[in-house]
Ligand binder design. Structure first.
Ligand code: NAD
Length: 325
């Protein structure tokens, strides 16, 4: 029996990860600790709320007392909880430092005194910063640009320091941009899809030249499971989707699925310090036997279909979504 504590399990990737492990592993108990910020939603976990192996705890990773009661009872922590939207971090970084840095530190402090077997710290390719050519490997230095990625870089380094100093069995995962069902409709792909469903335009930063690498969320949750099974503490694993494209190419791909042309694009002023290109290579993860299975176009179609069929899920959330200025 493995007992999991998942932080941020009511958000996008966390809820997909819980769904995946409840489906694929039998002998597990899962506790989801989530603050239910604007990004956290009980609807994301509705499908498995009645599963006897699952329990929800409403709380904050910054609350040392609450974390102190939960962490010692589990074998594995998978830490997804974060403030995750770059544009919001540009408006104000306070909550990002609070949750991403101090919240992670609170978890690590308790983990230091507990007998947990694994601590997965879930992070992003954005911590490496931008590069025009080639791809970052896990040994490369961090060079974040936004307050969001800086707060994630800070928490990555703290987590790795707790491995080096206290032997907390930390593994850091750095993933490319995820997309798929249950993603909050302020992130690029669900924002574009839900705008088009409503006959509205797609807001595109600058000229749409910025390049991102996309991974379907189920590939990312499978990669996380592989790293839990075969990865090592003290190590960092990049999780790449190997689907790099610029934002204009992505937008055109989505427009085609809606039979719309470029008149449905509204070019907006660029984001400050907008990283030109994120690119990681994931040879270490491939060495654990992991292969990305998805085709971007097929998964995008499936995601569009999901948003078409789940209007009751995203419509109430859209009022809280960040609006591009
Ligand atoms: P999300 O914003 O959808 O979900 C975050 C969840 O964390 C929410 O349920 C929220 O309520 C919860 N939360 C926030 N602050 C909390 C706190 N103080 N205590 C407890 N819970 C709190 O985010 P996501 O897109 O699912 O991202 C999950 C993780 O993956 C984050 O750490 C993010 O940095 C990282 N990541 C995301 C992507 C991506 O493309 N979405 C890519 C790489 C890495």
């Amino acid at each position: 029996m493995t007992r999991f504590l998942i932080t941020g399990g009511s958000g996008f990737i966390g809820s997909n990860f819980i769904r995946h492990i409840l489906k694929n592993q039998r002998e597990i108990l899962v506790t989801n600790l989530d603050k239910l910020t604007y990004a956290g939603n009980r609807e994301n976990t509705k499908e498995f709320e009645s599963d006897a192996r699952y329990e929800f705890v409403h709380g904050d990773i910054c609350d040392a007392k609450q974390v102190g009661q939960l962490v010692p009872k589990v074998d594995v922590v998978v830490h997804f909880a974060a403030e995750s939207h770059v544009d919001r971090s540009i408006d104000s970084a306070h909550d990002f430092v609070q949750t991403n840095v101090l919240g992670t530190n609170t978890l690590l402090e308790v983990a230091k005194r507990s007998k947990i077997k694994r601590f997965i710290h879930f992070s992003t390719d954005e911590v490496y910063g931008s590069r025009r050519e080639g791809s970052f490997a896990e040994v490369d230095a961090l060079n974040p640009s936004s307050p969001y990625s800086a707060s994630k870089a800070g928490s990555d380094l703290l987590a790795l320091a707790y491995w080096k100093t206290h032997k907390v069995p930390v593994t850091v995962i750095r993933s490319s941009n995820n997309f798929g069902p249950y993603q909050f409709p302020e992130k690029a792909i669900p924002l574009f899809i839900t705008n088009l469903i409503d006959g509205k335009k797609i807001p595109l930063y600058g000229k749409g030249e910025n390049v991102r690498d996309w991974i379907f969320v189920e590939d990312c949750t499978r990669a996380t499971e592989t790293i839990l099974e075969r990865g090592l503490p003290g190590e960092i694993y990049n999780v790449a989707g190997y689907s790099e494209m610029n934002n204009l190419e992505l937008t055109k791909m989505i427009l085609r699925e809606f039979d719309r042309d470029e008149r449905f694009i509204e070019y907006v002023a660029d984001r400050p310090a907008h990283d030109f290109r994120y690119s990681i290579q994931a040879k270490k993860l491939a060495g654990l036997g992991f292969v990305v299975k998805s085709n971007m176009r097929e998964r995008l179609r499936q995601t569009i279909q999901w948003y078409r069929e789940h209007e009751e899920w995203w419509r109430p959330l859209k009022k809280d979504a960040y609006t591009v200025k």
